[in-house]
Design a protein around this ligand. Structure first.
Ligand code: HEM
Length: 140
């Protein structure tokens, strides 16, 4: 709960310094590329099983989605990947995503990281990186 509250606070204040300078050890603390792959697998499983938001992913190509998420988490954690997917604004345009949907997705991501035994401090750092994307994803 504290983590979710923190995320919402950061989403509304936007920490520019944090966005431009990820801590280099975050990628390591997420378990490198293999660890991120496991987190993303667990995350996608959770999204598909969550009755609040699973319907959003009915038409999703899992292979592409997995690849883009891995690239994005790797890039955001300082792992040196380039994200080759659509901008967050374009990827989510017209998808009718609410604040509640966003919070549900964050809960699923936290759950996936818990299952992979990612330390809470590292979880928070990834969430801080993703939080500002809120403004490009949520439409109501
Ligand atoms: C910080 C939060 C989020 C991040 C980092 C994120 C990340 C991404 C990424 C990387 C893609 C792939 C873009 C591409 O294919 O080029 C994507 C697509 C998508 N996202 Fe998100 N997303 C977020 C929030 C959400 C939320 C809250 C929902 C709905 C509950 C959502 C639903 C979707 C859907 C439906 C797609 C399209 C998948 C497809 O059919 O290919 N996203 N997102």
């Amino acid at each position: 709960m504290i983590r979710l509250a923190t995320l919402i606070l950061i989403a509304s204040t936007s920490l520019a310094a944090c966005q431009s300078n990820p801590h280099p050890s975050l990628f390591r603390d997420l378990g490198g590329l293999d660890g991120i792959g496991h987190i993303v697998d667990e995350f996608m499983l959770g999204l598909g099983n969550d009755p609040r938001i699973a319907h959003h992913f009915g038409q999703t190509d899992p292979q592409r989605f997995r690849q883009k998420l891995i690239e994005q988490f790797c890039a955001e954690s300082g792992g040196g990947c380039s994200y080759s997917g659509e901008s967050m604004r374009d990827a989510h345009a017209g998808r009718n995503i609410s604040h509640a949907d966003f919070n549900a997705l964050v809960e699923v991501l936290i759950d996936a990281m818990d299952k992979q035994d990612i330390p809470v401090a590292a979880q928070n750092r990834l969430l801080q990186r993703l939080a500002p994307m809120h403004q490009d994803v949520v439409t109501h």
